[in-house]
Design a protein around this ligand. Structure first.
Ligand SMILES: Nc1ncnc2c1ncn2[C@@H]1O[C@H](COP(=O)(O)OP(=O)(O)OP(=O)(O)O)[C@@H](O)[C@H]1O
Length: 260
């Protein structure tokens, strides 16, 4: 089945309540640089979907369009049932309170303790926490999920790279998001620590039933974490399938992703 048929089948067999993200015919250019040329994607409830693409292929542009940080030239972007193009800033902020982010390189605030780092998104999205005066139990729960409850009063500089990534993961889940966006969750980590992070991503998904969109270059991460992968090539979803399906392909553009 080719990509277009695959997506059509998926869209026809998926009810709107099951759809967490729907991207249809997304186009984005910067001058002559045509980055997205009709990209399509669908993420369903409880699913882990990986998008792989070489550097500069448009993965970040796609994510920015998805969270309303960038306006596409054309195309539909629907997140948690909302058409992003129709939302004002207040609605966008509210929608973002249901989305957790794990940025490349953790992105903790160096001048804040671990606890303050975790409280930051709670302060930003006060409305979601209306009535909650004591943040401690939530911070503790999030840290326990990543096995780092004892680090609450430490500063980021006192943590290893792997610990920072785990704290960033705790921060991503503190809002109890419906969707988590992972940008290169294992980059810069040694294989053992990367495996730990992948294990935590899986256990969080199991515990909270969150859906995840994962952008990665790490084929091992993609293979372990995702049920389905999309290869972003030439601005489109060039290929889509399970790891096993894609790795068995004879198409050179697909093969390029899996060469060691
Ligand atoms: N604001 C912008 N203005 C102009 N060009 C941009 C802008 N943002 C992205 N681009 C261009 O869009 C293309 C895709 O960039 P993007 O950051 O999405 O790549 P990527 O797939 O995320 O790469 P990487 O894996 O290296 O992070 C690049 O050619 C980049 O220069």
């Amino acid at each position: 089945m080719d990509v277009k048929e695959n997506i059509a089948t998926l869209q026809n067999s998926t009810t709107s309540e099951e759809v967490v993200v729907r991207i249809q015919d997304l186009y984005k250019s910067f001058g002559d640089n045509h980055v997205l040329n009709g990209f399509n994607m669908m993420l369903r409830k409880g699913e882990n979907l990986v998008v792989m693409g070489k550097s500069g292929s448009g993965k970040s542009v796609m994510i920015k369009c998805l969270v309303g940080l960038m306006t596409p030239d054309s195309g539909l972007v629907e997140v948690l049932g909302e058409d992003i193009a129709s939302l004002d800033q207040v609605d966008l902020d509210e929608l973002r309170s249901d989305i957790g982010f794990l940025f490349q390189g953790s992105a903790l605030y160096d001048s804040m303790t671990v606890r303050e780092n975790l409280e930051f998104p709670m302060r930003r999205h006060r409305k979601k926490f209306e009535g909650i005066t004591d943040t401690l139990p939530l911070v503790q729960e999030a840290l326990e999920n990543v096995g780092l409850a004892h680090t609450m009063d430490l500063m980021p500089e006192e943590l290893s790279g792997g610990m920072k990534r785990r704290i960033a993961l705790a921060r991503a889940i503190i809002l109890k998001p419906k969707l988590i966006l992972y940008d290169e969750p294992t980059s810069g980590l040694d294989p053992i620590t990367a495996k730990e992070i992948i294990g935590l991503m899986r256990s969080i998904q199991k515990k909270y039933g969150t859906s995840a969109l994962i952008i990665t270059h790490d084929v091992d991460c993609a293979r372990v974490i995702s049920e389905r992968m999309i290869l972003l090539v030439d601005g489109i979803n060039y290929a889509e399938g399970t790891y096993e399906e894609l790795v068995a392909s004879t198409d050179p553009k697909i093969n390029a992703f899996f060469k060691k």
